[in-house]
Design a protein around this ligand. Structure first.
Ligand SMILES: Cc1cc2nc3c(=O)[nH]c(=O)nc-3n(C[C@H](O)[C@H](O)[C@H](O)COP(=O)(O)OP(=O)(O)OC[C@H]3O[C@@H](n4cnc5c(N)ncnc54)[C@H](O)[C@@H]3O)c2cc1C
Length: 400
């Protein structure tokens, strides 16, 4: 992390945080622990930002699928902030389900493995070689910013991730799911000296090193520093007044369609992975376990790939088939997963029901990458787009 950011944070005594994504909630809590006066302003209709959750019956459920990648520093930060996370057992560990193969053999692989970390390392190096190659071939068109971003990404990877080739940390998960994770940090903030304001920011200005924030209900809050995430800035770009040169002038918003489903007919005590990633699936991106229904059925949240015309009936069938593959393997304790399609365990007995549909809106992640995390007019824009773990690792000096 750059020393100007560290010095800026150190020298500020009153911090205004706009937005309630997990990174910002954790940063706000860490700053109160460092003795700073913190105001956190966020609209209550999107508390948690991209990690927003809602109530379904008596359950708190995510509106989008989540996973926190396993970095040692991330676990250390969570421990320092007294946020409880537990390592997942081997059976509930995240998996990848590759539907490209005709037979189910080798379809299922552990998501978090040395093999994957090594492949990621090769991919990052290949990106760097490609960028450097095109810079040599056509120096005029060279995109130095891109090369620097790739280099910083690679540095972070080597520093925090490569060691996992030797010691592989298990993926950690909060006991009450991701809604519980967001609630736990929020509760800590409420118990601390931070002021939480559920309101919409309508203007941000900076006069003589003092940031002045106005909200929709007429409050004015002043501080030495304002902290926000890339998406927040993207959403609120028109509000930034004299700092608007930094950012996009338009709000780019993408919708990430999700469905909450209940699958009936699986054994109630069948332990399934918390997270199923389907990298090569045209229709379904990921499936996460949400909660057990009163009847003991498994309820899942499913992220659908964005498409023009979603036929929900077919999607439900596809989800059922994919969960069936995993359930068959898990109920047979088949760790080599050498199943063939005619051996599906629950072909007739299982059924699927749509419970709810969520369409969380967030910044287009690709466009967001163009917003450089920076300091301008006492406003610190943190890199929040992309992997939460990587961003926590990058800003570790704010937390520790
Ligand atoms: C659907 C989705 C799923 C993701 N899943 C994962 C995952 O599983 N693992 C992972 O590591 N990363 C994940 N990410 C990436 C990463 O966690 C998010 O991109 C990150 O949390 C974004 O943080 P943010 O603060 O920039 O914005 P957001 O999370 O979008 O939050 C914006 C916040 O700003 C507030 N806000 C905006 N404008 C105003 C205003 N005018 N006044 C007051 N408040 C305002 C909103 O209330 C909201 O709290 C996911 C991203 C998306 C979009």
């Amino acid at each position: 992390m750059k020393s100007n950011i560290i010095n800026f944070v150190k020298s500020s005594s009153t911090v205004i945080v706009v937005g309630s994504s997990p990174l910002l909630l954790m940063a706000a809590f860490a700053l109160t622990k460092k003795g700073k006066k913190v105001y956190l302003i966020s609209r209550s209709d999107s508390w948690g930002g991209s990690w927003h959750y809602v109530k379904y019956g008596s359950e708190f459920v995510d509106t989008s699928c989540h996973l926190l990648e396993s970095y040692k520093i991330v676990h250390d930060i969570l421990k320092a902030l007294e946020i409880n996370m537990y390592p997942l057992t081997k059976k509930s560990a995240p998996i990848r389900l590759d539907m490209r193969l005709k037979h189910y053999k080798k379809n299922i692989a552990l998501y978090h493995s040395r093999n994957r970390i090594f492949r990621e390392f090769i991919y990052k190096n290949a990106r760097l070689v490609k960028a450097l190659g095109s810079a040599v071939l056509s120096p005029r068109k060279c995109n130095f910013k891109n090369i620097l971003t790739i280099l910083s990404d690679l540095k972070l990877f080597i520093y925090h991730r490569l060691s996992q080739l030797l010691v592989l940390e298990p993926i950690h998960f909060p006991k009450a799911g991701w809604p519980g994770f967001v609630r736990e940090i929020t509760d800590k903030l409420i118990e601390s000296s931070a002021d939480i304001i559920n309101d919409s920011v309508t203007s941000i200005n900076c006069y003589d090193n003092t940031v002045v924030v106005n909200t929709a209900d007429g409050s004015t809050i002043k501080g030495d520093m304002l902290l926000a995430g890339q998406s927040t800035i993207l959403e609120s770009s028109r509000l930034l007044g004299n700092a608007k040169g930094l950012i996009f002038q338009k709000a780019y918003k993408n919708s990430y369609p999700h469905i909450l489903v209940e699958i009936c007919g699986l054994s109630a005590n069948l332990e399934l992975p918390y997270y199923i990633h389907l990298p090569a699936d045209e229709n379904i991106h990921r499936i996460t376990l949400s909660f057990a229904s009163r009847q003991g059925n498994h309820c899942f949240l499913v992220q659908i790939r964005e498409g023009d015309d979603l036929d929900l009936e077919s999607i439900l069938e596809l989800v059922l088939e994919r969960v069936n593959i995993v359930a068959t393997a898990y109920s047979n304790h088949l760790h080599d997963y050498s199943l063939s399609s005619d051996k599906l365990y629950y072909p007739e007995n299982v059924s699927i029901k749509l419970l709810a549909r969520y369409d969380p809106k967030a910044a287009d992640l690709d466009l967001g990458r163009n917003i450089k995390p920076t300091i301008c007019n006492n406003i610190l824009i943190l890199r929040t787009i992309g992997d939460l773990s990587r961003n926590m690792a990058y800003y570790q000096r704010i937390f520790c």
